[in-house]
Design a protein around this ligand. Structure first.
Ligand code: SF4
Ligand code: SF4
Ligand code: SF4
Ligand code: FES
Length: 944
């Protein structure tokens, strides 16, 4: 059942430029060549009943209900599988057609209960529609025997499968194949014995199903149906908004009844997701109304005091007075603010404006510091813009795809499905990753090369790939000559040709056989369209920026930038990482990535904001912590960021927070960092506000309010009121006014407005006079910086080495069902799929330590120790262990070190030398967290 406000045209649109004119029921229709008769009829408002067809899937032609008459053709062709042709004359109704359709519907109805009044799909069921159109109220045929009374499968936490209601149209099977690319479903048996089966008779929960919901949406009846629909009833309206989870930025329709979300339906007009979503976006929104939401502002003098609930005015005035007191006592730069990549562009813009204009310091930073800051630095220096180069759809034109340090199947699932679709069409894949992710080998796809490198040796591998391309003459000299700086190219070529960068020389460093590197390099260079997608496995290293530059070098040298199907594509983790960086969240950059020392850029903000802005970069997050420990940094406004769980070396972070006099946390839950806060300001979820997010493709999408803020104020209103309490006149009546100000002051956003976003749906920046509707592909014809610049990328081993004391290398990642530090997803039924962080280790490493599957193991590094459960797998190489960081109980960042990227201070999460040993009791950390959680539920929150 698709969204309540959508009209299904039966088959997907044709892409041809050629137009064809035909006649349908006497009316003239012109459509692109390749369009089905069914779609053409729907566009001409002729209603052809259908069951097996839907416009998100290829036509299948099994139900025969859509038959029509075509002048000059024998019989009754199915309109869904028949393409239009010029001059064709089609009749969609005739006595004979009606009779045939009645017979078909009668047969379906004979095997389908007719108790529609009790069905969740009542009024929205395509079989019910077909019966109505054909005038069928019952069946002359004996009831089918196979499905009646079959037990429903209710194992999935979000949807049910009721075989009694199944008409075996196969739409679910095709959705799992064509839309999701998981192929978890089949139709077993024949005739009346056929039935849908998930992974050979398994319940959905135990099958290969990843709960994306594509099958549920494709189902024309309530055979597959959301549990929420049965509980809450049919929605009354749909609000188009953007997913609040990952950087894919799926456009979703929140279908609501009063202010309660009944279900989320991915928008087929969504440019990033094209009608698809993953389990998080489609189903895991329940956290927004979870009982743990804190809805009252709270303050306390000392972090050992109990919280006291106060009014918004008291909380905001107290915060402002504390910030002013601290600035007077310790100086202007003793305070700072942190923007959130989970909040909107407008909200992050306001926080950095508050810091710069009201607090008069550049001490602002963002959680992007700990994920993709090397992307910004590396791409800005090489190509001229701190962002990915393509739209997601570009991957459909790629011939060779490198996925490096990323696991899109889990981390960016909707893009992962698009990628798998392209791979199944024949594109070649090179995976560069210490772990055999799901892309490396499944029954449906297999990587041509898996370069299973040792953690921390990315640069060695990218240099070896480039070495092969240069020394074997596989570069695109014509492209480089025209588009890149000749001097930097020559210097890079000399550097990379050095035998010390050869695959053979680097093999002992990276562990990747030289022949594999040579093969992968030749494949990438041959293209003809080669694209690189990468994630935090590239950036979160001491050489994160070097690796980003190495990737850009490789793409420039092979001419793989500036058109569709190619490019350099960072897969951003959180929903608005791109946006928070764009909005001036870094201490050295104003919105639009302009350095604070740039007098012209600074001048424009000074005029608009009526203040003087410092031309000195402010403190980065790690510098703020160090200054706090030194005693010179005393207050912090943290919007939507949980340092204590997400940042490396937790002990260091908590000591720094403890040393401050006023820590203000604004969040929707009492997150771990709030344990160190003096003021807690309730945040608002993405359902409670208007704004925009910018995804990994630079695509700006609207977030629209579905319900009023549960705590009374949206985050942007809180920041605005705090600025006012600080004495700075900040006044907006709607986030659209904030976007107007951003557009006025940011050259890449000049053409962006809410009116245009409503009109176009989404916009990829740059959007200005040169590109009024946005820019899907960057660097077409010329690079943003003019000539592309090559950088020499010498491999320097990380200081973090395995030793006899810590012989294993720990690397980290994500799972599909949890998101980041789990604050949201842990408060949804996604816990049914994944309820704890586990440590993956190779069976040989486990055996050597006497460790078996599911044992509790201690993981010790020179920074700290944690306890998690062991999972033995050959996905991971010997000598390497892997875990996720979604659960505070596991405290994974207790073991990560303070090493960081040389250019941006992005922490080196991906390489930590550890030892693993079997333990029988959870360690002190887990016990302490458990005790604190218990205490927090009880006495620690007192009501004023
Ligand atoms: S929910 Fe998604 S993965 Fe699961 S069976 Fe349906 S389409 Fe396939
Ligand atoms: S479950 Fe729904 S979509 Fe799948 S075959 Fe049955 S009726 Fe069709
Ligand atoms: S892929 Fe990302 S943006 Fe899309 S629904 Fe899933 S979590 Fe949301
Ligand atoms: S809708 Fe055309 S054959 Fe089923």
């Amino acid at each position: 059942m698709y969204s309540i406000d959508y009209r299904d045209l039966g088959t997907p649109p044709a892409k041809a430029d050629e137009q064809v004119t035909l006649e349908i029921d006497g009316a003239t229709v012109t459509v692109p060549a390749g369009t089905s008769v069914m779609r053409a009829a729907a566009l001409a408002d002729a209603r052809i009943p259908k069951l097996c067809a839907t416009d998100s899937l290829k036509a299948f032609g099994s139900c025969r209900l859509c038959l029509v008459e075509i002048e000059g053709r024998k019989g009754f062709p199915a309109s869904c599988t028949t393409q239009v042709s010029a001059g064709m004359k089609v009749r969609t109704r005739s006595p004979r057609i009606d009779q045939l359709r009645r017979n078909i519907v009668e047969l379906y109805v004979s095997d389908h209960p007719l108790d529609c009044d009790d069905c969740p799909a009542n009024g929205h069921c395509e079989l019910q529609d077909a019966a109505e159109v054909t005038g069928i109220k019952g069946s002359r045929y004996a009831p089918g025997k196979t499905q009646r009374g079959a037990a429903p499968d209710i194992s999935n936490p979000y949807f049910d499968f009721n075989p009694d209601l199944c008409i075996v149209c196969s739409r679910c099977v095709r959705a799992c194949d064509e839309t999701q690319s998981t192929l978890a479903l089949t139709i077993e048996g024949r005739g009346f014995d056929s039935r849908v089966s998930a992974s050979e008779h398994q319940p959905f929960l135990a099958s290969e199903c990843v709960s994306c919901g594509a099958c549920v949406e494709a189902c024309p009846t309530a055979a597959l149906s959301e549990k929420s629909l049965a509980q809450l009833g049919q929605p009354e309206k749909a609000v188009s908004t953007t997913c609040g989870y990952c950087g894919v930025g799926c456009t979703l329709k929140a279908e609501v009844k009063q202010e309660t979300v009944v279900r989320m339906v991915p928008s087929r007009a969504g440019a990033a997701n094209q009608g698809h979503a993953c389990v998080k976006g489609r189903f895991a929104y329940g956290y927004a109304t979870h009982k743990d939401r804190v809805l009252k502002p709270m303050i306390r003098k000392k972090i050992t005091d109990p919280w006291r609930e106060v009014s918004w005015d008291e909380a905001i005035n107290y915060t402002a007075s504390e910030f002013r007191r601290i600035q007077q006592k310790y100086g202007r730069n003793s305070v700072g603010g942190i923007t959130s990549s989970r909040c909107s562009n407008e909200e992050t813009y306001l926080v950095q404006k508050l810091v710069r204009a009201a607090l008069l310091t550049n001490n602002v930073d963002t959680c992007a510091r700990v994920c993709h800051s090397p992307t910004g630095y590396g791409l800005k220096h090489t190509l001229g813009e701190s962002a990915g180069t393509q739209a997601f759809t570009s991957v459909q034109k790629a011939d060779v795809i490198i996925v490096c340090g990323a696991n899109p199947i889990d981390g960016h699932p909707v893009f992962g499905s698009q990628l798998k679709r392209r791979l199944r069409q024949g594109a070649k894949l090179i995976v560069i990753d210490p772990r055999a992710t799901d892309l490396v080998r499944t029954p449906h796809i297999e990587a041509a090369y898996h370069l299973q490198l040792r953690p921390g040796t990315n640069v060695a591998v990218i240099n070896a790939l480039a070495h092969v391309i240069v020394t074997e003459g596989l570069t695109r000299e014509d492209y480089v000559l025209e588009r890149c700086e000749a001097k930097s190219y020559q210097e890079w070529k000399e550097f990379i040709s050095d035998p010390k960068n050869s695959p053979e020389a680097m093999e002992s460093v990276s562990g990747v056989p030289a022949e594999m590197v040579r093969g992968a390099a030749r494949l990438y260079a041959a293209g003809p369209n080669s694209a690189i997608y990468y994630g935090l496995g590239v950036t979160e290293h001491s050489q994160g920026t070097t690796m980003v530059m190495g990737i850009a070098n490789l793409a420039m040298a092979t001419g793989n930038l500036g058109r569709e199907g190619v490019g350099v594509n960072p897969l951003r983790g959180q929903n608005n990482v791109q946006g928070s960086c764009d909005m001036g969240s870094f201490p050295h950059e104003l919105p639009g990535y302009r350095h604070v020392s740039d007098a012209i850029a600074r001048g424009s903000f000074e005029t608009a904001w009526n203040v003087t802005i410092s031309d000195e970069p402010g403190l980065r997050i790690p510098n703020m912590f160090e200054a706090a420990l030194d005693g010179s940094f005393k207050a912090m406004y943290i919007q939507g960021e949980d340092f204590v769980q997400s940042d490396p070396n937790t002990h260091h972070v908590t000591s720094a927070l403890t040393a401050m006099e006023c820590v203000v946390v604004q969040d929707i839950f009492l997150v771990e960092t709030a344990r160190f806060a003096h003021v807690f300001l309730p945040g608002s979820s993405f359902l409670e506000k208007d704004g925009t997010f910018t995804n990994a493709e630079r695509r700006i999408s609207r977030v629209r309010k579905v319900m009023e803020p549960l705590a009374g104020l949206a985050d942007w209103e809180v920041t605005m009121r705090l600025a006012q309490a600080l004495g700075y006149p900040m006044q907006y009546s709607h986030p659209s006014e904030i976007m107007d100000e951003i557009a006025l002051l940011t050259p890449t956003f000049t053409g962006v407005s809410y009116e245009k976003l409503d009109r176009l749906g989404t916009i990829q920046w740059p959007c200005n006079d040169k590109a009024p509707d946005g820019t899907p592909t960057m660097h077409v014809g010329t690079f943003v910086r003019g000539k592309g610049k090559f950088y020499r990328t010498a491999y320097v081993a990380t200081a973090e080495r395995s030793t006899s004391r810590y012989p294993l290398l720990l690397t980290t990642g994500r799972v599909l069902y949890q998101y980041n530090v789990g604050t949201q997803t842990r408060r949804t039924r996604n816990l049914v799929f994944n309820k704890e962080d586990v440590l993956e280790m190779h069976p040989d490493d486990a055996e050597a330590r006497g460790i078996s599957e599911n044992d509790l193991v201690g993981v010790a590094s020179r920074a700290g120790e944690i306890v998690v459960r062991a999972r033995l797998t050959r996905r991971i190489a010997r000598g390497v262990v892997y875990t996720t960081f979604h659960f505070p109980e596991s405290g994974v960042n207790l073991v990560t070190t303070e090493n960081s990227d040389w250019a941006t201070n992005c922490p080196e999460y991906k390489v930590t030398a550890v030892e693993v040993s079997k333990v029988t009791q959870p360690d002190a950390w887990r016990e302490r967290v458990a005790a604190m959680r218990a205490a927090r539920k009880g006495a620690s929150v007192s009501v004023a």
